[in-house]
Write a protein that binds this ligand. Structure first.
Ligand SMILES: [Mg+2]
Ligand SMILES: [Zn+2]
Length: 196
């Protein structure tokens, strides 16, 4: 079984442009390439976990995410990094497009996408991390049995914390996140955190 970094797409891996599927508008978040490189070097699979309710809302079609994935891989390719998986939830209970307008178990904060990814790719969830820019990402990771880390870049605004939504660490950016996980793996005694 492999270990993985599950990473949210919008506002974590790439700049958040709401409902965007135009590859030309996709840019990496600061340090994303470097951080993914560090993770890959440590043997992590890199798996995107993203809510894409724009499909249920009729803003774009599922096939258009193909170009998004290709562009992200092209940008990460400059750092010799390739994604191992790209999982998206096309649903939303208030959507307008059949059959996507449902309450599903894959839309974060539900853990469905991580559980499916783990099953399909042979991932050990206990050795894996979920990284995101809002507490819904953290909750999805925790529910799936991963350790979770929040990038505090201003995108979380509600801060509805409960034990399910508690991150192991709050990082200032992806490089900070990568360095933290590296230290945990090295059992660095100078760090302390709330995780298992
Ligand atoms: Mg996000
Ligand atoms: Zn879903």
């Amino acid at each position: 079984m492999r270990k993985a970094i599950f990473i949210d797409k919008d506002g974590t891996l790439i700049k958040d442009v709401p409902y965007n599927v135009d590859p030309g508008l996709i840019v990496l978040e600061p340090y994303a390439g470097k951080a993914m490189q560090l993770f890959q070097e440590q043997g992590y699979m890199l798996v995107v976990i993203t809510n894409q309710s724009g499909i249920a809302r009729g803003y774009f079609r599922e096939e258009q995410l193909e170009g998004v994935q290709q562009k992200i891989n092209a940008l990460l390719g400059e750092y010799k990094v390739l994604l191992d998986g790209f999982f998206y939830c096309p649903h939303h209970p208030e959507g307008t497009i059949f059959p996507y307008a449902i309450n599903c178990n894959c839309r974060k904060p539900n853990p469905g996408m991580l559980l499916t990814a783990a099953e399909q790719l042979g991932i050990d969830l206990k050795q894996s991390w979920m990284i995101g820019d809002i507490l819904h990402d953290v909750e999805a990771g925790n529910q799936a049995g991963c350790r979770s880390l929040l990038i505090n870049n201003g995108h979380e605004t509600e801060w509805k914390i409960n034990p399910q939504r508690q991150p192991v660490y709050v990082a200032s950016d992806l490089l900070d996140a990568a360095q933290f996980i590296t230290k945990v793996n090295q059992h660095d005694p100078t760090i302390s955190f709330t995780g298992k």
